[in-house]
Design a protein around this ligand. Sequence first.
Ligand code: AMP
Length: 171
Amino acid sequence: MKNIKKHIKDVPDFPKKGIIFKDITPLLLEPAALGKVIDAWVKDLKKFKINKVVAMESRGFLFGVPVALKLKAGFVPVRKPGKLPRKTISQSFSLEYGKDKLEMHRDAIKSGDRVLIIDDVLATGGTAEAVTKLVEKLGGKVKSLAFLMELSFLNGRDKLKGYDVRAHIKY
Ligand code: AMP
């Protein structure tokens, strides 16, 4: 997975000063490298017998759908408020400044579903923690949280204690 790092570009001061944005779009241009990332997840995660893959908009979708297809699991999008057209449940969470909210369709998760949560970056962990709450409100069991990369210095794992948390790449 070390070779994958060369397809992720650091963009300083985006979207605001002081943030180093990890841009995955160069990786999306490389089917061999992207395929390697997806296949490694599928191989490592098969043992959890996942039947739903949940991902947050919008970069999580890019990884969530191919992994769900290969695991023969359903895919569930988590979105910002007001985007999903039918009955939703929502979860608020804190950001560095202020609050945010995420929504999921009420009928997307059934009690006892074995769920994988997937996203591109684990930073402070607030987003992923909110998604675990959405899944669990509907009776789903979070079996693993998989990230392409983890910004270890932000200690996102502290918010996800007790869960299987994995990342292909660490910074
Ligand atoms: P957090 O809730 O702090 O763990 O942030 C995670 C969410 O924000 C993920 O959906 C990421 O896509 C995005 N994110 C956070 N930090 C970065 C970063 N440095 N580069 C790219 N995306 C980021």
